[in-house]
Design a binder for this molecule. Structure first.
Ligand code: SAM
Ligand code: SF4
Length: 354
């Protein structure tokens, strides 16, 4: 396939996704990187990733910390989260992501509310207060409002797959795991005023090139200001892996991960796109390659080491953790001390931004 023949409609996107020609894929990633630099600038923004807990009430069939899997569980104390957030402030990361299993109990909800207020009051020196993204699954509208009022301004909730049939195949069949519930949560976040980010896994069993094209078109239709999508990485003990359903090779999933970033950058030039952790698992230079394919956000993992190893969505032994010198060494400028909100969201709010 020739890059000049690429069209960004469903048919063109699916053809590009299905094409396994390495020269085409390299040219696509280079073109997307140029568009990124011209549109949102060369900087990469940082989100210090704090994995607060691997306890979860849900049982997604692909996830290594699902409710029914036997694994050591942990939950960071408020003090541990605050200490970790302070590390992000000291290193001028500009913002943090608090991510974890889905919990809806009052103790957990209250803890997050207190933490948001405490993190907002950390003295960051000359920088603005830390920006906070949450990624804590589906919650009621009231809880989302409570957390927004307490200081969270971005929320990441992947749709996982925009194809309801595929979504059903990778989740238990019950109301807690319903596609419509997840979609409604995304719209609630947006209405409340969050920058509502979404994303999907790439290279899942049963997934077609058309499904992936539809994921890209879903982000566009939802007008997502940020997208965090990444390769599916099988965990040996999940029902999806144990079912034996085939999925693409690691090499293919990695190439697809980069290609999806590149296509999305062409489709939505002014949004934030994260180089997902799952890329790093498949290639030690995955994060850098994600940036060179059009991503402009990376999430250095600052979770304390002992707990990080228990946040075992899939095998993460090779994780590069919190060091970002690989990017600086490549001459990629880092937006230290900045929230790094997407250009699209700043334009929508008519703000100069930080
Ligand atoms: N519990 C929250 C949720 O599901 O939205 C946030 C934490 S969850 C661990 C974050 C993301 O991990 C999910 O959205 C899912 O896409 C991803 N994930 C889980 N298992 C995975 C796997 N085996 N391979 C790749 N990504 C996975
Ligand atoms: Fe829980 Fe999120 Fe894993 Fe699903 S993907 S089991 S909600 S942590």
């Amino acid at each position: 396939m020739n890059l000049s023949a690429l069209t960004l409609d469903r048919e063109g996107l699916a053809a590009a996704i299905a094409c396994e020609d390495a020269a085409f894929e390299a040219a696509l990633c280079e073109a997307a990187y140029r568009v990124k630099v011209e549109t949102v600038g060369p900087e990469v923004y940082l989100r210090g990733l704090i994995e607060i807990s691997n306890r979860c009430v849900k049982d997604c069939l692909y996830c290594g910390i699902r409710r029914d899997i036997r694994c050591p569980r942990y939950e960071l104390s408020e003090e541990e989260v605050l200490t970790t957030a302070m590390i992000a402030a000291e290193r001028h990361f500009g913002s943090v992501v608090i991510q974890g299993g889905e919990r809806t109990d009052a103790a957990f909800i209250g803890k997050i509310t207190r933490l948001l207020k405490a993190i907002k009051s950390i003295d960051t020196g000359e920088d603005p207060p830390l920006g906070i993204t949450l990624s804590l699954g589906e919650q009621s509208r009231e809880i989302y409002e409570e957390w927004f009022d307490a200081g969270a301004h971005r929320y990441l909730l992947r749709i996982e797959s925009s194809n309801p049939d595929l979504y059903r195949k990778i989740h238990p069949d019950d109301p807690l795991h319903a596609y419509d519930r997840r979609l409604q949560a995304l719209y609630n976040l947006k209405e409340i005023g969050y920058q509502a980010g979404t994303g999907a896994m790439i290279g899942l069993p049963f997934q077609t090139a058309e499904d992936l094209a539809d994921d890209l078109l879903f982000y566009k239709e939802f007008d997502a200001p940020m997208v965090g999508m990444g390769p599916y990485n099988p965990h040996p003990e999940t029902p999806l892996t144990l079912s034996g359903a085939p999925y693409p090779s690691a090499e293919r999933r990695f190439a697809l991960g980069l290609k999806m970033i590149a296509l999305l950058r062409l489709l939505m030039p002014d949004i934030n796109i994260a180089a997902a952790t799952a890329l790093e698992i498949l290639d030690p230079r995955g994060r850098e390659k994600g940036v060179l394919s059009g991503a402009n956000v990376v999430m250095p993992n600052i979770t304390p080491q002992e707990q990080m190893t228990k946040y075992n969505l899939y095998d993460r032994k090779t994780l590069n953790a919190s060091d970002v010198s690989d990017l600086a060494d490549k001459g990629i400028p880092i937006g230290y001390g900045r929230w790094g909100d997407s250009l699209s969201s700043l334009r929508a709010a008519c703000l100069p931004g930080w």
